[in-house]
Design a binder for this molecule. Structure first.
Ligand code: 4AZ
Length: 498
């Protein structure tokens, strides 16, 4: 039996669909007089020149006696042509109404059948959609169960591919026998990655104590590998599938004691290649982290209220100096997704995603950081790094150059102590810093990364969220706890897959 913790779909961080704060369309005032008729001049309507010309023609025609035909009465002769006009107008109105109704019908049909264009996921080709919260939650919501039959995740620091079996109610690793890159790409796209970023699949030793696996039945005659999986207590190759969906977590940084942020040092090119600067109206406001060529992780409080409109943002990647950014264009943002359960008063679930309009091109200076997989453990005092263009002291201006500093994690029970944050640290938060202060993130670093190096890869441990001032004793920086958000991030990356 699988002796691991309960299935990861129990994602407390994710709650039913209610994406983001309501859009604020501040400043839009349409100056339509509420009672326009009062503004109309009280003069008779102006007719086009054809109208007076038309009336005499009618009377001329009527004046020709036709003995065998009943002569129209003067009154009827007077209204004969206006009636034709009325009929024409009536017919025209009906045609306009019908065309309008047809267009409205087509639009309603389009949005009903393609409601996935919003924040929803397609149930295969049925045309039906479900919310990200319904996807892989252990309950069938799609007509053919599409929401529960290809649930995959990467487990632990070795990226072990696991598939959820609703039949056996658990997560299972997959025997490497008969596995190929095609299956690997399928699994990655099902997680929310684009198949273009796929790196490789490997066979590795299973986690000790793992005694049951899923095996591929290649003679099952299906191209869909999920349909060929069956539970087995034996894995002939003795190895399970490990998949890398993106070449993440690489940096040029050599281990060094170079230690601004508050108490940090200026960064070198390529040291923190996932770090981005988020500008609105030409000004740096927040940091963010690249996780795929088109997705950036930041803090929900950075994109709150008036800042939730994607059009105002520009994303700068691979540039260390704010001065250099002002002379470059930046990447446009197509979409912002804030965590639906972000609470501005407590900063609970302070995470958001930005989808870029065009993909980043990865090189030495622009690279993604790894999202922590479920089952990853960080040491209580794990050495981490914070980076950003934030202030170098409490109340200072944002910095021109990117700065970095090393801070250890502080376990949540300590950070919630009365001398520290006295119960304000929620499970979606993680603290990092020193008891004596001195080194910390500060205003302008928000949304940026808290990363750690583990097994030669850089992992996103948190996103800069809040703190009581900057670098004061017993008031460390507080970061969004990324392991709590990865499930939500993947589901939302799937929303806009295709
Ligand atoms: C901020 O306002 C901010 N010392 C970021 C980090 C910290 C405090 C404030 C933590 O962006």
């Amino acid at each position: 039996m699988n002796s691991r913790p309960p299935p990861y779909y129990e994602n407390y961080a994710y709650q039913p669909e209610n994406f983001g704060p309501p859009r604020h369309f501040g400043g839009y005032n349409v100056y339509l007089p509420s009672s326009s008729p009062h503004y109309l001049p009280s003069v008779p309507p102006h007719y086009p020149p054809s109208v007076p010309h038309y009336v005499p023609r009618v009377s001329t025609h009527q004046s020709t006696p036709v003995p065998t035909i009943v002569q129209p009465t003067p009154s009827s002769s007077k209204t004969c042509m206006p009636k034709t006009r009325k009929a024409l107008i009536l017919i025209l109105s009906i045609v306009i109404i019908l065309v309008g109704a047809a267009i409205a019908g087509v639009l309603i049909w389009y949005f009903e059948t393609d409601s996935c264009s919003g924040s929803k996921i397609h149930c295969g080709t049925t045309g039906i959609c479900v919310t990200p919260a319904q996807w892989c939650n252990g309950m069938i919501d799609c007509p053919n169960g599409e929401d529960e039959n290809r649930c995959v995740r990467l487990y632990g620091p070795d990226f072990i591919l696991e598939v959820y079996s609703s039949e056996n109610k658990g997560w299972y690793s997959i025997c490497h026998d008969d596995w190929n890159d095609g299956y690997g790409k399928t699994a990655c796209t099902d997680m929310g990655y684009n198949k273009n970023t796929y790196l490789n699949s490997k066979g590795i030793a299973p986690i000790s104590g793992n005694v049951s696996f899923m095996r591929l039945n290649t003679s099952a005659g299906s191209t869909d590998f999920y349909k060929t999986l069956y539970k087995s207590l034996w894995c002939p190759s003795g190895s399970v599938v490990s998949v890398r969906c993106i070449d993440c977590g690489l940096s040029n940084k050599r281990a060094s004691a170079r230690n601004r942020i508050v108490g940090g040092n200026a960064a070198f090119p390529g040291d923190w290649p996932w770090q981005v600067s988020l500008h609105t109206h030409g000004v740096h406001l927040c940091g963010g982290s690249i996780i795929t060529p088109e997705w950036i992780v930041t803090a929900a409080h950075c994109v709150e209220g008036v800042y939730s409109d994607s059009h105002q943002w520009s994303v700068y990647a691979g540039i260390l100096s704010q001065l250099a950014m002002s002379s470059s264009r930046g990447y446009r943002v197509a979409k912002i997704i804030s965590h639906p359960n972000y609470d501005p008063s407590t900063k609970n679930n302070d995470v958001a995603l930005m989808k870029l309009q065009s993909s980043l091109f990865f090189d030495e200076l622009i690279r993604p950081v790894c999202l922590p997989n479920p089952g990853m453990m960080f040491q209580p005092e794990q050495k981490c790094w914070i980076t950003g263009w934030g202030a170098k002291h409490q109340g200072g201006n944002t910095s021109v150059e990117l700065n970095a500093a090393s801070v250890p994690l502080i376990d949540s029970s300590t950070c919630n102590g009365i001398f520290f944050y006295n119960g304000l640290i929620l499970p979606t938060m993680i603290c990092a810093g020193y008891l004596e202060g001195k080194v910390d993130s500060c205003q302008g670093d928000s949304g940026g990364p808290l990363v750690t190096l583990k097994d030669s890869l850089w992992w996103l441990v948190g996103d800069t969220s809040w703190g009581s001032g900057c670098a004061g004793p017993f008031k460390p920086g507080v970061y969004g706890n990324m392991t709590r958000f990865t499930d939500w991030i993947y589901r939302n990356m799937q929303v806009t897959q295709s």
